[in-house]
Design a protein around this ligand. Structure first.
Ligand SMILES: NC(=O)c1ccc[n+]([C@@H]2O[C@H](COP(=O)([O-])OP(=O)(O)OC[C@H]3O[C@@H](n4cnc5c(N)ncnc54)[C@H](OP(=O)(O)O)[C@@H]3O)[C@@H](O)[C@H]2O)c1
Length: 333
């Protein structure tokens, strides 16, 4: 990871949503912070937030889920929620073993807290969490391992993402390429790995007469951004990558149906506005307050609210090319 994506550019003048470059970065997070800490703590958030926690109802019982970007923010919240919904196995993907291990420890402790609050017996969460160290921007170098992991995956969540804040003429080609490779090509290659693995397992189940048909569809959930559909200043590569994610989502939904016949692969997307993940620490209190004023619900989203959308998309067998805004109404402004 040689490139530095930390840009110091601050743009004067108005943009559609806000005045500074940082302000318009829905989901933009400097690589420096990605490297140094995972600020979002689900357990802290549970105590502080007034967000309703849905009662788990075993909605994902028996499913295996692979979540890129599962060590932090939205990906972490989705992992936590999927565990609460009795997913049988969660594979967290990220670039750092240390951050993945920290996330796994947090998931274990969060599961313990929930079980003790609800007075239920704690299942062995450790056995249900697996870690896979890999850079989704460099999938070619670990493609074989990824495809092996995908063999049993029912739900793929593409939440890994990076960005940097800079106007296009001042952006380095290497930084542009890094964002596109991580956010778009990464999601495309993990989707490709899931589909290839699904095709292989279908062939195997045809050969094995004892094996019953796959009970559920496979589901891909891509995390896009409001910048995919609304313009802003200072995030051209990021916006392009997130718009590409919507094209990827749409085309996979059609192509999978047209070419895979008896295999059902659903492809869906979530389009978050401002969500409280490590990116929020960039904002001054004044910026936060001004940004919240532009959002009809006057607050940023909680990652667990995005996770609720992911559960819906994973569970609802008619959700295909379903694109869900989770933005407090900002898309309407
Ligand atoms: N927060 C928002 O307001 C918001 C809004 C709209 C969209 N989004 C999108 O939501 C997704 C999650 O963002 P977040 O806010 O949760 O950010 P976050 O807390 O920084 O999480 C980003 C995750 O992506 C992983 N990651 C980054 N580059 C990677 C790579 N090359 N290979 C594998 N993993 C990689 C990070 O782990 P490592 O650094 O350890 O690899 C981390 O787990 C992103 O796609 C983002 O664009 C966020």
């Amino acid at each position: 990871m040689a490139v530095s994506l930390v840009a110091q550019v601050r743009m004067p003048g108005p943009s559609l949503f806000a005045r500074s470059v940082n302000d318009i970065r829905f989901g933009c997070l400097s690589l420096a912070r990605i490297r140094h800490h995972r600020c979002f703590s689900s357990t802290q958030s549970v105590q502080k937030s007034s967000v309703t926690r849905f009662q788990s109802a075993d909605r994902l019982s028996g499913r295996t889920c692979l979540i890129t970007g599962g060590s932090s923010g939205i990906g972490y919240a989705i992992a936590e929620r999927f565990l609460q919904e009795s997913a049988s196995s969660i594979i967290l993907v990220g670039r750092s073993q240390k951050r993945l291990e920290a996330a796994a420890a947090d998931l274990r402790s969060s599961a313990g807290e929930i079980h003790s609050t609800e007075g239920t017996a704690s299942s062995n969460v450790s056995d249900r969490i697996r870690l896979l160290v890999g850079d989704v921007g460099e999938v070619a170098s670990w493609m074989r391992e990824l495809e092996q992991e995908m063999a049993k995956v029912d739900i793929l969540v593409n939440a890994a993402g990076v960005s940097f804040s800079s106007i296009l003429p001042r952006s380095e080609p290497a930084d542009i390429s890094h964002v596109l490779r991580t956010n778009l090509e990464g999601a495309m290659l993990t989707s490709r790995a899931l589909i290839r693995a699904a095709i292989r397992s279908r062939v195997r189940s045809r050969k094995n007469e004892d094996t019953e048909a796959i009970p559920f569809s496979k589901c891909i959930i891509n995390v896009s951004s409001l910048l995919a559909v609304k313009g802003g200043t200072g995030a051209v590569p990021y916006a392009a990558s997130k718009a590409g994610i919507l094209g990827l989502t749409r085309s996979v939904a059609v192509e999978a149906s047209a070419s895979l016949k008896d295999l059902i692969i659903r492809s869906n997307a979530i389009v978050p506005g401002y969500i409280e993940t490590p990116m929020i620490s960039d904002f001054t209190p004044g910026e936060m307050s001004r940004l919240k004023d532009t959002i009809p619900l006057h607050r940023f989203g909680d990652p667990r609210e995005v996770a609720d959308a992911a559960v819906f998309l994973a569970q609802n067998e008619y959700a295909n090319n379903c694109v869900l805004n989770i933005d407090g109404g900002l898309s309407a402004v």
